[in-house]
Design a protein around this ligand. Structure first.
Ligand code: HEM
Length: 480
C-alpha cells in the first residue's frame, strides 16, 4: 500500500517536472512567432554554455554555433532571463536607433544591483539624466578637452609609465596597462593621484570585474558578496571626495567631480547618491575596455612586425616634419594627432578583433518584429556586435590582423558593421578619448621604446568577455 502510494507520488512529481521543463523550453507567446532557439534547462537556461570559456579570439562558440543552427536571430535564456540574440547588422543598427522607443538599456541583475538599479533599468537611464551624464563625460573626455588639455597630459602619463616599465625585468601587460589607464582616467574624473594613495583603486576595480558575471546571491563567501563589499569601499571613498570638495571647492573645475559637486547645488537630480553611482559606473566604463584592447594590441603587434614597422615609420615621419621650434616637444599637437591614417587603421583593426564584450544588452519595451519573428515586450535583447565584426561576408579572412583592409572598406559598410562603441544615442562617450589614448600610447611606444615578449599570449579566449588566460609578459626597453 505504502509503496504504491510512493510510486504515485514519484510519478506525479515526474509528470509535473516534465510539464514544467516542456513549458520552460517552449514558452507560450500568443502575439506572434518567437525566434528559433533553445531555452536550455529550467532556471539556469543556457548560462553555463555562455560562460564556458573558449580558447580563441574567434566569436564565442555560444553565438557561433547558434548562428549556424538557427540563423542570425535566435532565442535563449541566461541568468534566468529570456533573451533574444541578434547578429544581423540591419536589425542591430535599427535597434540602436530605437533607444527609448521600443528598447531601453538594461543590465543583468548583477550589474543592476551593483549600480543600484534594483534589477530593472530606471528612468534615470533616460531623458534629462542621460543627457546630463553624456554631456559631463564629453565635457571632460570629448574632443574639446582632448584638444585643449588632455593630449599633453596623456602623453606625460604614458611616457612616465613606460619609463617605469623599463626598470622592471618584465611586466604583466594586462594588469600594468589597466593600472595605467585607470590612474589616468581616475585623475580626470575624481582627481585621484595613485602616487599619493595608500589603496590601489585599480586593483579593487579589477577584482569587482572578475565577480561581475556571478549569480547575484549576496551571502558571505559568494563572489557576488565580495563584489558588493569591494564596491562599498569604493563608493565610500567617492563620498569622502565629494565631502572634501563640498567643504573646500576648487575655484575652477579641475576634474569631472568638481563639476558634478558644483551642479549638486543647481540640478535637482544631481544628488550625492546619484554622483556616487554615476562616478562609480563611469570609472568602470572607462578603464577595462581600453586596457583589454591595448593588451590585445601588444599581442597582435608582437606577432606582426611589419605592422610595427609601418606604425613606427608613420610616427617617425611626424617627428621629422617638426620644425626647429617644435623639436623635442613632449606631446603631439592636434594636427599631428589627426594625420595618422595607418595608426587609425591599426586601432580599428584591434577594436574589430577585440570585441571586449560579446554584445550590448537592451530590454524590449514592447513587442518588436524582426525577420518575421517577434521579440516579446520585457525580454532581454543582446545586440551581438561581435558577430558583425567577425562576419566573413563583410571582412575577408576575418580572424586575420590586417590593418590595411580599412583602406578599401566603404564607409557605409563600416557604419553598419563596425560598432565597437555601440550606436545611436547611447554610443560610447569615451570613444574619442579611447582613440586618442591609444594613438598617444602607440606614438610613445614606437618612437621611444621597444619591447620583447617574455611569455604568454597564447591562451587568449572569451569567457564570453575577452580574456587573456595566463596573461602576456613583456620586457620594455629604451630605444637607444
Ligand atoms: C576600448 C574602449 C571602450 C569601448 C570598447 C567602449 C564601449 C562602449 C560601448 C559599446 C558603449 C555603449 C553601451 C550600450 O549601448 O549599452 C559605451 C558607452 C559608454 N562609454 Fe564606453 N567604451 C570604451 C571606453 C570608454 C571610456 C574611456 C569612457 C570614459 C572616459 C567611456 C564612457 C562611456 C559612457 C559614459 C558610456 C554611456 C554613454 C551613454 O549612455 O550615452 N567609455 N562604451
Amino acid at each position: 500500500m505504502v509503496s504504491s502510494l510512493l510510486l504515485c507520488v514519484v510519478a506525479l512529481i515526474t509528470i509535473l517536472v516534465t510539464i514544467w521543463i516542456r513549458k520552460w523550453r517552449n514558452p507560450k507567446f500568443a502575439n506572434g512567432t518567437l525566434p528559433p532557439g533553445s531555452m536550455g534547462l529550467p532556471l539556469i537556461g543556457e548560462t553555463l554554455e555562455l560562460l564556458f570559456p573558449s580558447h580563441s579570439l574567434d566569436l564565442h562558440p555560444f553565438i557561433k554555433k547558434r548562428i549556424q543552427k538557427y540563423g542570425p536571430v535566435f532565442k535563449t535564456n541566461f541568468a534566468g532571463r529570456p533573451v533574444v540574440i541578434t547578429t544581423d547588422s540591419e536589425i542591430n543598427h535599427h535597434l540602436f536607433l530605437q533607444e527609448g522607443r521600443s528598447v531601453e538599456m538594461w543590465y543583468l541583475d548583477t550589474f543592476a544591483k551593483l549600480f543600484n538599479m534594483d534589477g530593472e533599468s530606471k528612468p534615470t537611464g533616460f531623458g534629462a539624466v542621460h543627457r546630463y551624464v553624456r554631456s559631463i563625460v564629453l565635457n571632460h573626455f570629448g574632443t574639446e578637452s582632448l584638444k585643449n588639455k588632455l593630449l599633453p597630459e596623456i602623453y606625460t602619463f604614458v611616457d612616465l609609465t613606460l619609463q617605469k616599465w623599463t626598470n622592471q625585468d618584465s611586466i604583466s601587460v594586462k594588469e600594468s596597462v589597466a593600472s595605467m589607464v585607470f590612474d589616468c582616467t581616475a585623475k580626470q574624473m575624481i582627481g585621484y593621484d595613485s602616487t599619493k594613495s595608500n589603496e590601489k583603486l585599480s586593483e579593487k576595480f579589477t577584482s569587482i570585474l572578475q565577480g561581475l558575471m556571478s549569480f547575484p546571491i549576496n551571502i558571505p563567501g559568494t563572489a557576488f558578496h565580495r563584489v558588493l563589499q569591494e564596491s562599498k569601499k569604493i563608493t565610500n571613498m567617492i563620498r569622502e571626495k565629494i565631502n572634501e570638495k563640498q567643504k573646500i571647492p576648487n575655484k575652477t573645475d579641475q576634474d569631472l567631480l568638481d563639476q558634478a559637486v558644483r551642479e549638486m547645488r543647481t540640478e535637482a537630480f544631481v544628488t550625492e547618491d546619484f554622483v556616487v553611482h554615476f562616478i562609480f559606473g563611469a570609472l568602470f566604463a572607462s578603464f577595462e575596455s581600453i586596457s583589454s584592447t591595448i593588451t590585445l594590441a601588444f599581442k597582435l603587434l608582437s606577432d606582426h612586425p611589419r605592422v610595427v614597422e609601418e606604425l613606427r615609420a608613420e610616427h617617425e615621419a611626424i617627428l621629422s616634419k617638426r620644425d626647429k621650434s617644435e623639436e623635442g616637444s613632449s606631446s603631439l599637437s592636434w594636427d599631428e594627432y589627426k594625420s595618422m591614417p595607418f595608426t587609425l587603421q591599426v586601432i580599428n583593426e584591434t577594436l574589430r578583433l577585440a570585441n571586449v564584450s560579446p554584445g550590448l544588452l537592451r530590454r524590449a519595451m514592447k513587442d518588436i518584429q524582426v525577420n518575421g519573428y517577434t521579440i516579446p515586450a520585457g525580454w532581454t535583447i543582446m545586440v551581438a556586435t561581435s558577430a558583425q565584426q567577425l562576419n566573413p561576408k563583410t571582412y575577408d579572412d576575418p580572424m586575420a590582423f590586417n590593418p590595411w583592409r580599412w583602406k578599401d572598406l566603404d564607409s557605409s559598410v563600416i557604419s553598419k558593421n563596425f560598432m565597437p562603441f555601440g550606436g545611436g544615442m547611447r554610443q560610447c562617450a569615451g570613444a574619442d578619448f579611447t582613440r586618442a589614448f591609444m594613438t598617444i600610447f602607440f606614438h610613445v611606444l614606437v618612437t621611444k621604446y621597444s619591447w620583447v615578449k617574455v611569455k604568454g599570449g597564447n591562451k587568449i579566449g572569451r569567457t564570453p568577455f575577452l580574456d587573456f588566460g595566463d596573461g602576456i609578459n613583456i620586457k620594455v626597453l629604451n630605444k637607444e
